[in-house]
Design a protein around this ligand. Structure first.
Ligand code: G4P
Length: 301
């Protein structure tokens, strides 16, 4: 068990509500299935952060999707929220009505993948006292305890586990959002996947941003070339600098310059997940067949 996972599972023992911060532009891709597994049975608050960058209709779909799950509440959030602490406290108290009062304070754990906006949120709520915990065995030294009210404690265990990427579209969405380091991705490939989705769902926004009026029916690579050309991303000899064009599209998306965009809907996610499972089953069957063949060859059977 790695260190972060151990710290989270230790802390979970006396936690009443788990808050998982998600990126509202890619809620499912930014979720951590391992956390869902470890926190099984605990009430959960899904916080769809950066909603200022996400498509409001899609955010509504996701909120309803999460709210339909057992013991789960969901809220939209962003750094512009006036009283984030109160919003969060109210939702958690609803989820754990039997906790509260100094003798049984409500204890809440907040988790989220890097770049989801956790530090920003915690800093904005921290006019109240922040205490380092960490004398508990198994709990990381850098864990923070934020007293949001006298009987409301928020625990932040840093170094949250990175989710295993099982759905390829989820990996591309994480990369497009900026959650994945530059060295760990091929920007051109990520930009092409992003453009494929934007051409399906946000053609008007894409056209308006890059002043392109002939996007209908275009392929992702054609759109990338058109953007490169329009923005003067050229190489000597008149070739388009696709790397530069890709960087441009990704930066614009991350900064919200193309518009308020969400890269997945609940029904799409279920479909991608199903495909990923089918692909994984095919790969497992192929591996098994290969193994059997090798065993046969070596006479082991
Ligand atoms: P983390 O602790 O989860 O890793 O994330 P952090 O708070 O450091 O936020 C990551 C980036 O996301 C920061 O931008 C931050 O400003 C931005 N951010 C956080 N919450 C929101 C939000 O609700 N809406 C928007 N639009 N952005 C948000 P950065 O470019 O890395 O740093 P900086 O520009 O703040 O210096």
């Amino acid at each position: 068990m790695n260190k972060a996972r151990k710290a989270v599972s230790e802390r979970l023992k006396d936690i009443d509500v788990v808050i998982e911060m998600l990126d509202a532009r890619l809620p499912a891709s930014s979720a951590n299935p391992m956390l869902a597994y470890m926190a099984k049975g605990k009430p959960r608050l899904m916080l769809l952060n950066k909603q200022d960058l996400a498509d409001p209709n899609a955010t509504q779909q996701w909120l309803e999707w999460y709210r339909a799950k057992k013991d789960t509440q969901a809220l939209g959030m962003d750094a512009g929220e006036r009283s984030p602490a109160q919003k969060l406290i109210n939702a958690c108290r609803e989820l754990a009505p039997l906790r509260g009062g100094l003798d049984k304070p409500l204890r809440v754990l907040i988790c989220g993948i890097p770049n989801v906006g956790k530090s920003t949120l915690i800093n904005s709520m921290s006019s109240r006292k922040i205490a380092k915990t960490g004398n508990t065995p198994g709990i990381t030294k850098n864990e923070q305890r934020i007293i949001l009210q006298d009987d409301f404690e928020l625990f932040d265990t840093p170094g949250m586990l990175w989710p295993k990427i099982e759905v390829p579209e989820g990996g591309y969405n994480l990369a497009a959002s900026g959650a994945v380091g530059r060295n760990a991705m091929d920007e051109e490939e990520v930009a092409l996947e992003l453009l494929k989705y934007l051409l399906q769902h946000y053609t008007a926004e894409l056209g308006a941003r890059y002043k392109l009026d002939k996007l209908d029916g275009q392929q992702d690579w054609q759109a990338l070339e058109m953007i490169g050309k329009k923005r003067g991303a050229m190489l000597p000899g008149g070739k388009i600098n696709l790397q530069k064009a890709a960087e441009l599209v990704l930066t614009d998306f991350r900064d919200g310059q193309i518009g308020r965009i969400t890269l997945e809907r609940p029904d799409e996610w279920l479909c991608w997940e199903k495909q990923a499972k089918e692909q994984a089953a095919i790969r497992a069957a192929e591996r098994e067949a290969k193994l059997q063949q090798e065993n046969k060859k070596s006479g082991r059977n």
